[in-house]
Design a binder for this molecule. Structure first.
Ligand SMILES: [Fe+2]
Ligand SMILES: [Fe+2]
Length: 475
């Protein structure tokens, strides 16, 4: 299914057949570009970056690589191929044909789901806008910009749905996407984690590992949607998302590898030799994992149950699960604080949908942590990274301070008092001093093939290019 690049807005949805939608999107496009110039990457807008662009949506060879200036990136609308005879696969409408139009009774809910997803996409571009100034190499600079332009495209994907299927309120929501800004006290982004700063590259790698992975799980459950255009949009977005998580996993891995090299050469004082020590990496991991867990929402959620029963948002890999896909009377185990004990109890699987998605996410996060530990092992370093316990540092759900009656938790899930937390949180979360140290390392390295001293070069380049390729042309 080829993408039409002759059009002002590249697309594979026959946009030229729908003049009203085409006009709406063409009216939004200059506002988007203005937002990109003002809130997108600081500087580098006139430099050529080795970016991949989608040329078709099938699995083999959808990407085309070449040097482009970011504002000239061909943002557009790409949906995965339609599946003939697709049906709603879960909930009250299970077995009915998938919806090609918005089901009237679910209009408001569906719009909210799309807006919430869409809002995270430009938010992360805003969070990361300063990072180009301190990239540890041209390779990393290019990866940052690749992630940024694709998050911009994900916004296009959601705006297409809003403008194409929700009429006037959809057009208003599309404008509002460009008006809210990450960290803006008056008009913040919708979700908490997307108003946090991404002030340094270790945070960026942790964000792309943990927070983009939340994106993967949200997109995967929306890809199950009975609303077919949403499903097809999300299916193609997932193929782009994989690269973001790759940037995160390999980025953190290279910081770990560099720390190992320093330890082998000079002994344990990694900071003295310009690296990031393993305990500091663990603290960043603790922070980003716990903040990302919050993005899945409350353990018990009637909203999530409704989204499911309505057929709008499924579970991860819904169709591979062997059950009735209605969940009227199925149990699901959740962790709960009862008095001064953490206990597992059975909850209705329908209201525990969020928790199930969070569980799938935790399992996935753990795989990468094990690969990071392999790097330590291969280098003979006696240290082990661990995901903190799900109760640690939570702001949303049963383990937030209010809901847990002021109970605090250690990264192992041990219960501690507020006083002990105040004394010890600096052992588990980055302190001001840790952050200042990491930020002090952030000096730009702009020679092809050169890498900052706190990070190892990648094992291989992008698209079979060498690691000293000129991924961004600075001259
Ligand atoms: Fe995204
Ligand atoms: Fe992403």
């Amino acid at each position: 299914m080829a993408i039409d690049y002759q059009e002002r807005i590249p697309n594979n949805v026959n946009l030229s057949d729908d003049r009203r939608l085409q006009r709406a999107l063409e009216a939004w496009q200059p506002n988007y570009l203005k937002w990109w110039q003002e809130m997108g990457p600081t500087e580098f807008q006139s430099h050529e970056v080795y970016l991949r662009t989608a040329i078709s949506v099938d699995a083999k060879g959808w990407a085309n690589f070449g040097h482009v200036k970011m504002p000239d990136y061909r943002w557009g609308i790409f949906l995965a191929e339609p599946e003939a005879g697709r049906v709603v696969n879960f909930g009250d409408h299970k077995g009915e044909p998938a919806w090609q139009e918005v089901p009237g009774e679910y209009r408001g809910v569906l719009r909210r789901l799309i807006v919430t997803q869409g809002d995270t996409e430009p938010a992360s571009v805003e969070q990361q806008r300063q990072l180009g100034l301190t990239a540890p190499s041209l390779y990393d600079l290019r990866n940052l910009f690749q992630v940024n332009v694709e998050e911009g495209r994900h916004l296009w994907a959601m705006v297409y749905l809003l403008q194409g299927y929700f009429g006037r309120d959809g057009r208003e929501e599309a404008e509002a996407m460009l008006e809210r800004h990450s960290g803006d006290p008056d008009k913040p982004r919708i979700l908490g984690a997307f108003n946090e700063k991404t002030p340094d590259w270790l945070s960026f790698y942790m964000f792309t590992y943990f927070t983009d992975r939340d994106g993967k799980y949200q997109l995967a459950s929306l890809a199950e949607s009975g609303f077919d255009p949403l499903s097809r949009s999300c299916r193609f977005m997932l193929t782009e998302e994989a690269h973001h998580m790759f940037v995160g996993e390999t980025g953190v891995g290279r910081v770990i590898l560099r720390a190992c090299e320093i330890m082998k050469e000079y002994g344990d004082d990694v900071r003295q030799h310009g690296g990031i020590d393993l305990p500091t990496i663990q603290k960043y991991l603790n922070f980003h994992f716990s903040v990302s867990l919050d993005l899945f929402g409350s353990e018990i959620s009637t909203n999530a149950a409704n989204f499911y029963s309505m057929g709008l948002k499924g579970r991860f890999e819904e169709t591979k699960i062997d059950d009735d896909h209605k969940l009227a009377n199925s149990p699901y185990s959740i962790l709960e604080l009862q008095g001064d004990k953490l206990v597992t109890r059975e909850e209705n699987a329908l209201t525990a949908i969020n928790e199930r998605l969070r569980d799938d996410y935790v399992t996935d996060c753990d795989r990468g942590v094990r690969r990071w530990n392999q790097i330590l092992k291969r280098n003979g370093v006696d240290f082990e990274f661990k995901l903190p316990h799900r109760t640690f540092n939570r702001k949303i759900g049963a383990f937030n301070l209010e809901n847990s009656g002021g109970q605090r938790f250690t990264p192992e899930g041990g219960m501690i008092s507020e006083a002990e937390w105040d004394q010890r949180h600096g052992e588990w979360l980055p302190t001001e001093e840790d952050r200042a140290y990491v930020i002090s390392l952030m000096q730009p390295v702009t020679e092809p093939g050169q890498y900052a001293a706190w990070i190892a070069p990648p094992a291989r380049g992008i698209n079979n290019q060498p690691v000293d390729f000129e991924y961004v042309r600075l001259n």
